[in-house]
Structure formats: C-alpha cells, structure tokens
Design a protein around this ligand. Structure first.
Ligand code: TPP
Ligand code: MG
Length: 585
C-alpha cells in the first residue's frame, strides 16, 4: 500500500493491488496476454496454481472463497481462456462467492478488427457478475483493480477485471489503496423493533438459517437467538453448515431431499425468521409429499441484499442487514422481554425432539429406494444401495471435513445425510446447478484450508465433466478425496425417463472405465469399493493421504436405483399431437 502515488508499471500496479488485498493464490492457465504480470507473482508472494481447464480454475477460486471468506482469484488467456470461465462464474454468482476473475482482452489498438482470440468479454459476463471493471487506460490499473476486489466483497459475488492486453505495459503514477471493507450493520431500527415484537408474541417461532449466516460469521449469534426463543432451526437448502447439527434445536435442511423433521416443524410456525436467506424458489418446494411452507405465518426476512427481501415469499418485515448483526440486535431487544413462546418451551422441546427422532429413524430404516423401477434394477445388482453408502460415508466423515457436492441423483439424496458443526463446510453446487462443480471446488477449498479434510461427492456422469483436474491434483499435490458414485448412468435425468417418459431411455446409460484405474493413470490414488464394510475404512485412509498431498478417487459401485426426481415441479406427462409421435405419450 502506498499513501502517495508512486511511479510503477501497470503490471506492477495490478500485482501490488492484489498483494494489498491479501491475495496469495491465483488459479489459471498460463497465457501470453498476462505474462508481464505473471512474471511478478513469485516475487510478490503469490502462488500460481496451473490447472487443466479454465472452468476448473474459476471453480477452484469459488471453493477457495467459500472455504476461507477471502477472495478467490483466477486468470486466463483472452478469448477462449476467458470464455471457458463462463459456467464456473455463473455458479460462483449463485453461490455468492467473492471471486475476482481477471480477463485480459484483445489489445486496444486492434479491438474490433477480428484479430486473434478476440471476443467482447464484458457482455458475456454481464448477468453473472456483481461488478465489471474495465481498465480503459493503463494509468487506471490500480484504481480499477482495487474496485473489483472491494466490490466482490461488498456485494458478495464475482467481479470481473477486464484488461486490454497492451494495458499490462506502460508506466503510471499509482497509489495502491488499502482494501475498502464496509460493515453492513443490523438494518433499520424500526424494522428490528417490529421483528422483535413479532418474535416476542410468536407461539411457534422457527428460524431458517441461510448462507448469509455463514457469510456473516453469524453462527454463534444464531445459536444464541435460537436458544433465547427456543426456536427450532432449519438450514436453508444446501446450507447444512449454517447451524451446528449437534445442537438440540437443529432440525436439518429444507429443500430437495432435505429433512422431513425440518419441514414438519416449519409447517407449524406462526412466525418465521428467515435469517440470511433469499428463500430461493427451488429450495422451498414441496418434498416428501409435504407442502410445508407455512402460508399463514408472518415472515421476517433478513438479508444483506435488499433486492431479495420479499422477492420469493411474501414477508411481514424485511430487514436489510447483516445476518449476524441482525441476530445480535434481535437478541438484545428480546433478552429481557417476556416471550409468548416461553410458556410452551417444554412442550415444544418435546415436539422438536419427536420430529427429529422420527426422521432419524426413517433414515436408519431407509436402506434402499422402494419405487418399482429401483426395486427392479437393484434386485439382481451385485452392487450396494446408494442410501447405505451415503450413511456409511456420513459416519466416517471427520468432524471438521469440508464436503463439496455435485448435481445428480445420489449427490442430491446426500443432502439428508450431511451434517456439520462449523460453517464453511458444505459447498454444494448451488442454484446454478451445474454437473462438474464439486471436484474443482473441493480442490480450491483444500488450498484455502489445507489442514481440513476436503471431500467431493460426484456422480459418474458429472465426473466425466470434471476429472481432468486430477492432473492438477497430481501436479500440485492437492490432497483431496473424491467419492465417485458409479451407477453407470446419468441417474437424475434417467429418473425423469422413468417417471414421465415410460422408461424410453435416451442418452442416459454410461459405459465407464474403471475410475480407480483412471485415477491411478493420472498419478492419483484409485480405489474401487464394492463392500459396505469397506466404505468407512476407505474414506478414512483417503483422508489420511490428504496430509501427504495425495488425491484419492474412491469409486463406489452402487446399484442403479434412483431417489425422487429433481424437477417434479417442472416436468409434465408428454402430450403428442402428430400421428408420427402418437406412441410417445
Ligand atoms: C453441466 C450440466 N449438464 C447437464 C445437466 C443436467 N443434469 C442434471 S443431473 C444430471 C445427471 C447426473 O448424473 P451423475 O453425475 O452420474 O449422477 P447420478 O444422477 O447418476 O447420481 C444431468 C445430466 C446439468 N445439471 N449440468
Ligand atoms: Mg451416475
């Protein structure tokens, strides 16, 4: 950081800004466009992690940011390197990750002439970024780079730093600004008063703890508020790490393949405190045959992004604030008050415990899927039931594990089986829902938190999209564990064929090589697990190997049975009007 402007090159201005922002790791594939800056990374104390595909780099930056709360940073060659970022940046956008992606662009003097590796790089990302900085003059490098880093944190999402490649060169007088970190505070005092009144008069208050609790480091404040109200706490969809699972008030995750206990308890609420959650539409769909959202409850919603307040569900009170600060402010307002719910603590405690126990029992009993298709395919299979494998994995996961989950049938069913004690532990592919998310995200998380075990759950189809980053693990000695569920199919989509298309299968069966041998060929460890008794020991051994920088692929041989479909909400029985297609109804 420099108080006064100092003479430097624009590459130096970029690298010094990164240093001032605390950047120590950058993911990418080398490219001529930014070589002048890359040359300085080692001297600046920045590790460059070369990956196999730029999508992997941006996913790793996302995982890094989610695990650490710091910026995740990636960089690529202009044109094709940059367009390879798109899917991962969209995923990071919906995961609220402060990813700064640096996109060198074709040179300013040839822009528009159709030269080599040219495409307009700002429009492509305009809908999946919180901020786009364009260095229109090399003298503005430090200023615009700093703004990207500041905005990524301020708005909790990806920021693009677009730099015409000639602007890496040239001298400038630049001041390297200190990072701008703006506190959000608890929100409007009148709204907090109103929320406190509602909570004080609630007979059955329920808290939905979302990703905002994690981002705001608000776990303890939420635990305290829940304890004061004696309110059950549901995790919002795919944020199973927003409240400690060992707590007596935890009742599990909402949403697809979530906890029946959470849904049953939420259905009884007269006041819902939605803390740090946008209540995304997919995450509150009916499940287990339960349309559980309490239509008549008064909803208090707290979020750092004002635009999501009241967006999906009608609300009684909206609070534009930080989840932790708001939880503390509500606690302060309620601490000495008489609470209507106080009269029924014993009865509610019993109801919460009963719902939890029933759900636990159900998980224990449910060793396999019971629909006709699943029973049929599992009957003659030599392999294990996915539900049993998920349970064994849950039991063997270390308490401080970080788990990234992909998009697929088995990964989704895993939602019921993943419990955490600390925040920044679960990194699911969030609303963007791209297959191929989990493995590179786990790699990024591991680099951010090397002392914590990192595990990725991936279906065999999604594995085909992402396995190239085994190269990166072997080359860079990134110790992660990948659990590949080998069911020989794109299962989640096949389930739609079963339920809606009379089992007319198109493009869903997968002929796989031995994924264990493939891993070995990449220079990683590969183990095929075919017995239930081996699941736990194999996972524990793989986690141990992480300490030596060894990546292990555990190939779980599972039957082709399938859990509930993903998009029951969006699919319909087919209607065919043309004679030619009459048989396809
Ligand atoms: C990039 C991408 N392509 C396609 C899809 C559509 N899709 C959703 S789930 C799924 C099947 C996943 O199969 P697999 O990874 O083998 O897991 P399984 O469902 O068998 O457990 C597909 C293709 C997607 N979500 N993302
Ligand atoms: Mg599969």
């Amino acid at each position: 950081m420099t108080a006064e402007p100092v003479l430097m090159t624009s590459s130096e201005a970029l690298v010094e800004t990164m240093v001032a922002q605390g950047v120590t790791d950058v993911f990418g594939i080398v490219g001529s466009a930014y070589m002048d800056a890359l040359d300085l990374f080692p001297a600046a104390g920045i590790r460059f992690i070369p990956v196999a595909h730029e999508q992997g780099a941006a996913h790793m930056a996302d995982g890094y940011a989610r695990a650490s709360g710091r910026h995740g940073v990636c960089i690529a060659q202009n044109g094709p390197g940059v367009t390879n970022f798109v899917t991962a940046i969209a995923a990071a956008y919906w995961a609220h990750s402060p990813v700064v992606f640096i996109t060198p662009e074709t040179g300013s003097m040839t822009m528009g002439l159709g030269g080599f590796q040219e495409t307009e790089q700002l429009p492509i990302f305009s809908k999946i970024t919180k901020y786009q900085g364009h260095v229109n003059d090399p003298r503005r490098m430090a200023e615009i780079a700093a703004r990207c880093f500041d905005r990524a944190r301020l708005e909790q999402g990806p920021a693009q730093l677009n730099i015409p490649r000639d602007h890496f060169y040239g001298e400038c007088r630049a001041r390297i600004a200190p990072p701008l970190r703006i506190g959000r505070g608890p929100g409007d005092a009148a709204a907090l008063d109103e929320a406190a009144d509602l909570l004080a008069s609630a007979r059955f208050p329920v808290i939905v703890a979302g990703g905002g609790v994690i981002l705001a480091e608000g776990r303890d404040a939420t635990v305290a508020l829940a304890g004061l109200l004696h309110a059950p706490v549901c995790n919002s969809y795919l944020h199973n790490d927003s409240f400690p699972a060992s707590h007596e008030l935890w009742c599990g995750p909402l949403g697809y393949q979530g906890s029946r206990a959470a849904m049953q308890l939420l259905a009884q609420a007269d006041v819902v405190l939605a803390l740090g959650t946008r209540l995304g539409p997919f995450g509150t769909l009916p499940q287990h045959g339960l349309d559980y959202w309490p239509q008549h409850a008064k909803v208090i919603q707290v979020d750092a992004d004002a635009r999501v307040l009241g967006l999906v569900k009608p609300i009684a009170v909206g609070i534009h604030g930080d989840a932790r600060a708001a939880a503390l402010a509500l606690h302060e307002r309620l601490r000495a008050r008489e609470l209507a719910a106080g009269a029924t603590v014993a009865e509610r405690r019993q109801r919460i415990a009963a719902a939890r126990a029933a759900w636990e029992h159900e998980l224990e009993q449910c060793t396999h899927e019971r629909d006709p298709y699943s029973l049929e395919v599992a009957q003659y299979s030599p392999h294990r039931h996915p539900l049993q494998v998920l349970r064994e994995l849950e039991r063997a996961l270390p308490a401080d594990a970080m788990v990234a989950t992909d998009i697929g049938n088995i990964c989704s069913v895993a939602n019921s089986y993943l419990r955490f004690e600390q925040p920044r532990s679960m990194f699911a592919a969030m609303s963007f829902g791209n297959c191929g998310y989990a493995f590179p995200v786990a790699c990024g998380a591991k680099i951010a938190q090397p002392q914590r075990p990192a595990v990725a759950y991936v279906g065999d189809g999604a594995w085909g999209i992402s396995l190239n980053e085994l190269l990166t693990c072997a080359r860079e000695r990134i110790g992660v564990t990948v659990v590949v569920f080998n069911n020989g199919q794109w299962g989640a989509e096949k389930k739609n064929h079963v339920d809606f298309y009379s089992r007319r299968f198109v493009g869903v069966d997968l002929a796989n090589p031995s994924w264990a041998q493939v891993a070995q060929a990449f220079g990683c460890e590969g183990v095929t697990v075919d017995r239930l008794a081996d699941v736990g020991p194999a996972l524990r051994a793989a986690v141990q190997a992480q300490a030596e920088g060894r990546c292990t692929v555990l190939e779980m041989m599972v039957t082709r049975e399938l859990g509930d479909p993903f998009r029951r909400d969006a699919l319909a029985k087919p209607v065919r009007l043309l004679e030619k297609y009459k048989g396809y109804a």
